[in-house]
Design a protein around this ligand. Structure first.
Ligand code: PLP
Length: 414
């Protein structure tokens, strides 16, 4: 699954990456790389991320091989790191933006507006006007009020009606309670678009983020087929875009989802001429590509229990525990107190609590986690921290998530 020298060259020249140092890693070189960063920075013990662009490249390869008929539009909200965005752009990915700022960010990378879907079903008028002014001409809607705004601010925009995916109950973050037209609302909405002379070109849905029941794609694709037929019955121009949203996680879930999607496309859209299928993966590309290193800034021993304070937490990168319902884990990097065996392989462990740095007791990252005896100034490393982490962090108590640096690496995960 290794990346070609051609894609490596494209990435090194990508906006957001060009001019930055990218360290090429051997297969298991991440720990060494993080140690070298820690030693180089000595006094600065601030947390930092490592973004492995080799992982992003391998995931793009995986997507193209597994779902070649589906064009990915990366959901910028998941992680708007510029090196990640530039890399995805260089690899041919398109983008799902939720706001004016996200559109500005993608355009500033030199990406053409045709490669953007403005996939927020409820947009501020000023943001819609901005989209019109820069030529972002594809958006979603699920209410008559949204159609009215679009008619006023961006009447030439092509539209996707967002339908509610049948609830499967398997998603970590269900989106159905907030978005998507109910089955009985679809025809009246299409009728309203027709009366307003707006161009509805297709259907979109999102089965929920962190989905676990891949069969949900089947129900949603069936709902999309029903909406295509409703438009045809109203005598509207033939729809030709199907947006299957996000909900993918790298690993076996993606393979299961792809199987469910391909089978549902075969059942509900067989031989559909001229159909463009797009999707909005966020977590799939971002989650496993980022590793977070945090410094231990405090410690307390209570009998056999160990308590550690680190310099990132629930109000920072680990907000994913609350908002993304994430389960996270960590491993020691005791390169300050144990240079011989910094990963503490084979060491005795203690049931440990890991607190974040703010003065709120809610700011607790892990409880009952087995960790070796660590000291202040050692490090804890959190893998798979790229999805809905830094993107939604705050600067509560003066710990500014936005200031966390990201170092770039490229491993060849073949
Ligand atoms: N598209 C839309 C409209 C979303 O709201 C989201 C997540 O909230 C995504 C795409 C990305 O979803 P995921 O990260 O599950 O792929």
């Amino acid at each position: 699954m290794g990346s070609s020298p051609k894609s490596l060259q494209a990435i090194l020249g990508a906006p957001g990456v060009k001019g930055k140092r990218v360290s090429i890693l051997s297969k298991d070189g991440l720990t060494d790389f993080m140690q070298s960063i820690i030693f180089k920075r000595q006094e600065t013990k601030e947390p930092f991320y490592v973004l492995d662009l080799g992982v992003v490249t391998a995931l793009m390869d995986k997507w193209t091989r597994t779902l070649p008929m589906v064009r990915p539009f990366y959901a910028v909200k998941c992680n708007p790191d510029r090196a990640l965005l530039g890399t995805l752009a260089a690899l041919g990915c398109n983008f799902d933006c939720a706001s004016r700022v996200e559109i500005e960010c993608i355009l500033s990378l030199g990406v053409a507006p045709e490669r953007i879907v403005y996939a927020n079903p409820c947009k501020a008028e000023s943001h819609l006007k901005y989209a019109a002014s820069v030529g972002v001409n594809l958006t979603t809607f699920d209410s008559k009020e949204e159609l009215e705004k679009i008619r006023k601010c961006h009447p030439q925009c092509a539209l996707l009606i967002r339908v509610k995916a049948p609830d499967d109950g398997g998603a970590r973050c269900p989106l159905g309670p907030k978005y998507g037209a109910l089955p009985e609302e679809v025809t009246p909405l299409l009728q309203a678009a027709k009366v307003g002379r707006l161009k509805v070109v297709g259907v979109s849905f999102h089965i929920g983020s962190g989905a676990t029941h891949s069969r949900a794609y089947r129900g949603a694709i069936a709902a999309a087929r029903t909406a295509f037929e409703a438009a045809a019955r109203l005598g509207m121009p033939r729809m030709n875009v199907l947006n299957i949203g996000g909900g993918f996680t790298a690993g076996s879930q993606f393979d299961e989802a792809a199987t469910a999607i391909k089978s549902a496309l075969q059942a509900y859209f067989p031989n559909e001429q001229g159909l463009t299928i797009i999707s909005e993966p966020g977590r799939f590309f971002a989650e496993s590509a980022f590793t977070l290193a945090t410094n231990i800034i405090g410690k307390r021993v209570r009998g056999e229990q160990r308590e550690y304070w680190i310099n990132d937490g629930i109000y920072g990168s680990m907000n994913c525990i609350l908002y993304d319902h994430a389960t996270i884990t960590c491993a020691p990097l005791a390169c300050t107190s144990n240079r011989v065996n910094p990963t503490c392989k084979g060491s005795r462990t203690y049931s440990s609590t890991v607190f974040g740095p703010t003065c709120d007791a809610l700011d607790t990252v892990l409880k009952g986690h087995p960790l070796p005896e660590l000291q202040v100034n050692d490090w804890l490393v959190f893998p798979c921290m790229g999805a809905y982490t830094a993107a939604a962090g705050s600067n509560f108590n003066g710990f500014n998530t936005g200031a966390i640096l990201t170092y770039l690496a490229f491993s060849n995960p073949s």
